[in-house]
Write a protein that binds this ligand. Structure first.
Ligand SMILES: [Zn+2]
Ligand SMILES: [Zn+2]
Length: 119
């Protein structure tokens, strides 16, 4: 592979924006990537910033799932325990509480499994 702008020079990398080969003279470093000097530096820097932001958002979403797991788990356990303790007095109503509790525990499990994807 040779430099797109200097066909007589070997390329050291690709511009992240236009995927053209760049020699040491043409390659500008933009963040973790290379860009055509004075041509695509801004674009590549913008792409890098966008990717970093996506990464931060994914991490935030991951911690949201952990928080949801704890929330649904605690509330679900309370509903289930309450329903079980009231079973003799409330009958069908207690069963409904227990069903809500189980549904919440199920949601907690789903959130827990989802949170593991982000690790
Ligand atoms: Zn370029
Ligand atoms: Zn060049």
């Amino acid at each position: 592979m040779v430099c797109f702008y200097h066909p007589d020079k070997p390329a050291v990398g690709l511009c992240k924006y236009c995927q053209r080969g760049l020699c040491t003279e043409c390659a500008a470093s933009a963040g973790d990537s290379l860009a055509c000097t004075d041509l695509h530096e801004e674009q590549v820097r913008a792409m890098e910033a966008l990717m970093k932001r996506n990464l931060v958002q994914a991490q935030r979403a991951g911690s949201d799932y952990v928080r949801n797991t704890i929330f649904y788990g605690v509330v679900g356990a309370l509903f289930t325990a309450f329903g079980a303790s009231q079973l003799n007095w409330l009958g069908l109503q207690a069963v409904v509480y227990m069903l809500i509790g189980v549904a919440l525990l199920w949601a907690a499990l789903a959130n827990y499994l989802e949170s593991r994807k982000y690790k």
